[in-house]
Design a protein. Sequence first.
Length: 186
Amino acid sequence: MSITLALKSLFSANQTDEWLVLRYAQSGDKKLLEQLYDNCADDLYHFLLTQSDPELAKDICQKTWLKVIEKPHLYNETGRFIAWLFTLGRNALIDEFRKSNRVELREQQDLPNQSCEFDENDSLSDVFDKALLCLPFEQREAFCLQQEGFGLQEIADITHCPVETAKSRIRYAKQTMRSQLEKYYD
């Protein structure tokens, strides 16, 4: 009996998100979807939160997971599930921005979202968050995706841009963040 339990835990521990989504697409088993959600939901919400406000991030997360529930067969087996999930979430966020005219994305490419004003009582975390919000949308997006652990090719795929463009956005984001943080500590 203990051998059976050990084998079961061995196999369940090695189930990747990719395996889970493929099995879910085949079987519709809600337990597989729950496992996927437990594995990836916080990361998706955190990414969307860095790109929008908490209410919109929550709404987009729900829309993204609904799409996963309704259309798991659209997942392409050649990539990581989390990259596909972030692509769905990012596309839904961009659609929402366009629909509600919240952000003119073309205007946001080169201009920061707001001036970085730091208060002397700000913690390091507050300063970092404010500096992040000062980045242009596309730089902030690429920077945050890199912080989530995505490689350049995945970032380029998620943001629908060439790899070199993703690389440049990250470089400019890091330069801006560095200068903002240095300005605070000087």
